[in-house]
Structures are given as C-alpha cells and as structure tokens.
Design a protein. Structure first.
Length: 173
C-alpha cells in the first residue's frame, strides 16, 4: 500500500508491486473466489418467487452452492490458520473464532427479523445478502489475500514439535 502514502493512484502501483498477481495465486485465489461465489449465490434468494415446484429446487441449488463454496473458504482459512499459528495457541485461536462467530448468531437473527419486519422479507433478505457479499472484499484487502502459493511457517521458537506442554515444565527441574 505504498501508493496510498505517496498520493499516487493505488491500482497501478499494486499491479507493479505484484500484489494483484499474488492475490490471484494459491490460497488467496481459492479464498476470495470461493467467498465471491458463495456469497454471490445468496443474492439469488430474494429474487426467487413463483410456484413452489420451481422455487424449492432453486432454493436447494442455492443452498448446495453456498454450502460447497463456504466449506472451501472454511478449509482454506483453517489451513492457513494452522500453518501460521503456533501449536500451543491453536486451541485459543479456534475457541476465539468460534465464540465470536457463534456468539453473533443471535444478534444476526434479531437484526434479520427487524429488517424483515420493517421492510419486508425480500428486502430484508436482499440487504442481508448484500452485507454478506462484503466479506470477499474484506478478505481481498486483508493480509490473507497476499499469501500467494507458499504458506509462511511459524518461527522455531513459537512451534512446539511435540504438540504437548512439556516445555512449560522443563525449567521446573
């Protein structure tokens, strides 16, 4: 993001510095493109209407595509997270992510209900799908998107190859 500090246009500088090429290579390409496809397919839900025989198979297809691409995002994020997080911190990191993700679910349900009550079900679904579609943008702007094909490794000090807590007790003699 050298261009932002220098006052020059950002896009040519990003291309010249190789950030866009790294964005579309390796884990970054899978992460961002899968998120775009998963969240983009959800934009179809508020547009579906008509007979039940036509709508239900379309909803099933949307659910299948969202599930498949969401699992691709989850697997990619988990791979990167496990590669860069020290072994002894992985449990804490996963617990924190689960707590935040699952903890916000009731708030999202309340917000979705309020949107549907205020502006109608289709508009509420559309606003929710638009909000969901912002996540690939966040991913594309995050350090994850600049990983490329090779994952960084944990430092040797932070990594515990045995995967246990024995190093904590070595100094106790």
């Amino acid at each position: 993001m050298k261009a932002a500090r220098s006052g020059r246009p950002a896009l040519p500088s990003l291309w010249r510095d190789g950030d866009f090429r790294r964005l579309w290579a390796g884990q970054a390409a899978v992460l961002v493109s899968s998120a775009i496809l998963a969240d983009g397919v959800m934009l179809c839900v508020p547009l579906l209407h008509g007979s039940t025989t036509a709508t239900i198979p379309l909803l099933m297809a949307v659910n299948f595509l969202f599930g498949a691409f969401s699992q691709t995002v989850d697997a990619t994020v988990m791979t990167v997270r496990q590669a860069i997080t020290p072994v002894l911190m992985q449990g804490r990191v996963v617990a924190t992510i689960n707590f935040v993700g699952m903890g916000l679910t009731p708030l999202g349900s309340l917000l979705g209900g309020c949107l549907a009550d205020q502006w109608g079900l289709r508009t509420g679904l559309l606003l929710t799908a638009i909000g969901l579609s912002l996540s690939p943008l966040c991913m594309a702007l995050s350090p994850l998107a600049r990983l490329g094909k090779e994952l960084p490794e944990c430092s040797a000090i932070a990594r515990n190859p045995r995967g246990d807590a024995s190093h904590r007790f070595e100094s106790l003699g």
